[in-house]
Design a protein around this ligand. Sequence first.
Ligand code: PGA
Length: 252
Amino acid sequence: MMRRMIIAGNWKMHTDREEAQALAKGVVEKVGGKTEPGVILCPPFPMIPAVKDIIEGTTVQLGAQNVHPEDKGAFTGEISVDILQSVGCNFAIVGHSERRAIFNESDEFINQKVKKVNSSLMIPILCIGETLQEREEGLTFQRVEQQLRDNLNDVVVTTGNDIVVAYEPVWAIGTGKTATPEQAEEVHAYIRELLSDIYTQDIANDITIQYGGSVKPSNAKELLGQPNIDGALVGGASLKAEDFCGIIEAGS
Ligand code: PGA
């Protein structure tokens, strides 16, 4: 098995029903028949069925932006793996830096989510990455290692397809400041080394490690051309079909 290139669009808290459908249509028209790279759309929860209608029968897949680790119960405002699966989600973003920073999600809570998604038919996209302060203090590798080990604690991975990791330096998210291909590659290679220590070299070689943080059509080719960068998790540029598809083209 060779690891897959995967481009995911994280729409965050954008798009009403009409916008979501138009955006999904724009993506499907351009890349709906492509098998490589893999393409995932992560709309706001209520738009999942509307987007599902449009991607049905194409190669584009659906992801959720968040998920709760419990099966069901009194968790007002939360969404379970079963609920997501029943509306056709195959992936769930876990541990996005906005969830960590704004909603105070701890590494332990993120670990519970990864475990839950991993034990289902869905695949977690685990986001990790250092803040600007951590980078400036020379703590990038330490921080990434701590997050990866804590978030994957007791997570059973038997093939490279079981999980996707996204390296997202917090200082590059939504800032227009992209990590240079060299900066990103250095951390990606380190993450793969850690994965080979946590699992095996074969599994680590097969795990898709996406880069995220101000990816756009103009910088995608160089980033995706790095040996250990296997895709992108795209925020801002995923809200325009043309830009998002430009990034997909760069990964083709
Ligand atoms: P951005 O967001 O592409 O807007 O920087 C990336 C992300 O948050 O996943």
